[in-house]
Ligand binder design. Structure first.
Ligand code: AMP
Ligand code: MG
Length: 446
């Protein structure tokens, strides 16, 4: 089943409002097995809306139109639908009475302009709005555009003085017009539109999961996944990258929810087998939330001592609500003097502020001072200044001290690519990754 989403509003084409409705609607439609052929956006211009409806209707089975159902003169979706259907607008007594009841309840007179919101194209159905005055519309549109309109001028009334669009040869398309206000749109779509589409879709279902990795580049991840990423495979596996996190999007599309769910799990298991612990979480999981969960599970705590990241690691570790259960102290020892004064780091100048020895001492002191189970320390050259031939921009040392076992401090050298922001971000994420592997009881694989 093919779907198109059409958004209507000047504010959208002008970029003043981000079209979040289309993204949300796409996810909802995909989840019930629809193929989304396109997102289209037009301004508050009746002819543009008519053209977009007629053209889209010829290319899809379901057309969702959001916006333009308000009471003002620039809300022209109902008129455009009527014009494409070549019918007039008729009054929905039911919706007029509902609106009247709404205004009575708040003790106000219903403005005359609201009455247009009770008008629907003849032959269409009114869709209830549980949180606003813009009722929705369900209509069948016969087909797409095969000829050009010859009339001129913008019109705000249906079937005004322009020649109609000529319907194309395609079968009918079911159109659902929903309000633009996201809250109203979502409520109406979930309550009255989606169940209808699910029936039309005949049970086909997409089930999706996103798996997150950190530490390997996208091409290495792809190499390890091999055949799993082959185009045309179902379930499909695709990668996206954001902030150094390579995520795998797994989509299973089968005739039933049961089969999609089962096949999705099989492919997710295959991804885990190919990448192992490099996958740190799924869907809403983040590195801090995963590390936090592991710390809680082990009854452990962590402190930080940061130089080049200036507190970013502490920020990440405290992003999740409830982080006081495992995060105890954070030091930002940016200057050499601070490293000595606050953490008792010795011979900073001799060893170098950016060195394995310095971060080792920083992490050990942080662990002892805080009494935490673990302490992470970071010192590096985030750039763009401060580099030397031996220590280029991106040189970072990270140490993990642990109040456990004999090998209590692990200090690692990294060379991160990118600008200052990237180097700092990757440093903080790698530090959390080092801790995560330690908590898993596995050596860092990179
Ligand atoms: P309308 O139904 O056209 O009167 O839209 C009402 C309000 O909803 C607009 O002023 C926007 O703030 C918001 N809106 C409309 N369309 C969208 C959209 N596609 N995505 C996000 N917000 C929207
Ligand atoms: Mg609008």
């Amino acid at each position: 089943m093919v779907a198109i989403i059409l958004s209507v509003g000047d504010e959208l084409v002008l970029g003043q409002t981000v079209d979040t409705n289309s993204a949300w609607l796409s996810q909802q439609l995909a989840a019930v097995g629809c193929d989304i052929a396109a997102h289209a956006t037009v301004g508050d211009d009746q002819r543009a809306v008519e053209h977009a409806i007629a053209e889209s209707a010829g290319r899809c089975d379901v057309l969702i139109v959001s916006g333009g159902l308000g009471p003002t003169e620039d809300d022209l979706t109902r008129q455009a639908i009527a014009a494409v259907m070549k019918v007039d607008l008729i009054l929905s007594e039911e919706w007029l009475a509902t609106m009247q009841g709404f205004f009575d309840k708040i003790g106000r007179t219903m403005p005359e302009s609201n009455k247009i919101q009770a008008m629907i194209p003849r032959g269409s159905k009114m869709i209830f709005n549980t949180c606003g005055t813009a009722a929705g519309i369900e209509a069948t549109i016969s087909g797409g555009v095969s000829g050009q309109r010859t009339g001129a001028g913008k019109s705000t009334t249906p079937n005004a003085d322009h020649s109609p669009l000529t319907p194309g040869p395609s079968a009918g398309c079911v159109l659902f017009a929903v309000p633009g206000v996201p809250k109203e749109m979502k409520a109406m779509f979930a309550r009255d539109v989606l169940p209808h589409i699910e029936k039309l879709a005949g049970g086909a279902a997409i089930r999706s999961r996103t798996l997150h990795t950190f530490g390997l580049g996208e091409s290495t991840v792809a190499e390890r996944l091999g055949e799993l990423m082959k185009r045309g495979r179902n379930p499909s596996v695709g990668t996206t990258v954001s902030g150094g996190v390579v995520s795998l999007r797994v989509n299973a599309r089968f005739e039933s929810v049961e089969r999609s769910t089962r096949e999705l799990q099989n492919t997710v298991d295959a991804c885990h087998a190919a990448l192992g612990d490099v996958i740190y979480g799924q869907d809403e999981d983040t590195l801090p939330s995963v590390v936090g969960r592991l710390l809680i599970k082990k009854g452990s705590s962590v402190a930080t001592a940061e130089s080049c990241t200036g507190g970013l690691l502490a920020k990440y570790l405290t992003d999740a609500a409830g982080s006081s259960a495992y995060f105890t102290h954070g030091w930002i020892t940016y200057a050499d003097r601070a490293k000595g004064q606050l953490l008792g780091v010795q011979n900073v100048e001799q060893n170098g502020a950016v060195s394995a020895e310095t971060v080792r001492q920083m992490s050990q002191s942080a662990m002892k001072e805080s009494g935490s189970t673990y302490a992470l320390a970071i010192s590096g050259i985030a750039g763009p200044t401060g580099a030397t031939p031996e220590k280029p921009v991106g040189t970072v040392y990270i140490a993990l001290a642990a109040a456990e076992g004999w090998q209590s401090v692990e200090a690692r050298h990294f060379l991160f690519p990118g600008d200052r922001e990237m180097v700092r971000d990757r440093s903080a994420k790698m530090a959390m990754t080092m801790l995560r592997y330690r908590l898993l009881g596995t050596p860092l694989p990179f």
